[in-house]
Unconditional design. Structure first.
Length: 209
């Protein structure tokens, strides 16, 4: 499918609307989600049927959320920020999980693109530089969308423990700040049950005295 067709598809439009703009990172997440769902033979999860693990905090996460239906609020989107464009998708029903990781030789930037980006970062880019960066960015985005997923990613079935469904946990009042906190996240500090921020402040003060 041509990039223009993908960009105009309802699926991609929803990803772009959720993310706020169109970029190569969003496209990587979009392609990864499609590839993983195809391998598992699943559609978007209405609830917690699927679990996604993302290994980057970059733009691709948003496409994974929209495409798979996995979200942090439901507890079935798990962020492990290893700085990798790698995404795993679990099917709870079948107990299967596939992982897609961007290939090291896929979509590598040419030196001129990297030089231009460095000029932008340093605030030295001229108008013609910015225009060239935008052109290269759009080309990169379209190249990603048109590349066969098997050439874009290393996709493999992996062994992993499927995370349990989200739990409903009671809350209790922190003895220091008085704010409600999930009980399993309260810390025991000198006989008091305190939230994590209060426990960190207490430890910091004890180190300073």
């Amino acid at each position: 499918m041509k990039a223009e067709e993908i960009l105009s598809s309802e699926e991609f439009k929803k990803c772009a609307e959720f993310h706020g703009h169109v970029c190569p990172g969003l496209s990587i997440g979009f392609k990864a989600a499609q590839a993983l769902m195809d391998r598992l033979g699943v559609t978007r999860a209405p609830d917690e049927e699927l679990v996604a693990i993302v290994e980057t905090d970059a733009c691709g996460i948003d496409a994974m959320q929209v495409m798979t239906g996995c979200t942090s609020g439901k507890g079935n989107l798990i962020l492990k920020n290893y700085g990798k464009n790698a995404f795993s998708l679990f099917d709870r029903k079948r107990g299967k999980v596939f992982r897609a990781c961007l290939r090291s030789d896929a979509m590598a930037m040419d030196p001129s693109h990297l030089t231009l980006l460095e000029k932008v970062r340093q605030g030295q880019a001229k108008a013609e530089d910015m225009e060239k960066v935008q052109q290269l960015r759009e080309k990169r985005l379209k190249d990603i969308l048109e590349t066969d997923p098997n050439k874009l990613f290393t996709i493999e079935e992996i062994d992993a423990n499927v995370p349990p469904p989200a739990r409903i946990v009671e809350s209790a009042v922190c003895d220091m700040c008085g704010e409600l906190t999930m009980i399993d996240l309260l810390q025991d500090i000198e006989g008091q049950r305190v939230c994590i921020p209060c426990s960190q402040r207490t430890i910091k003060k004890s180190k300073q005295t």
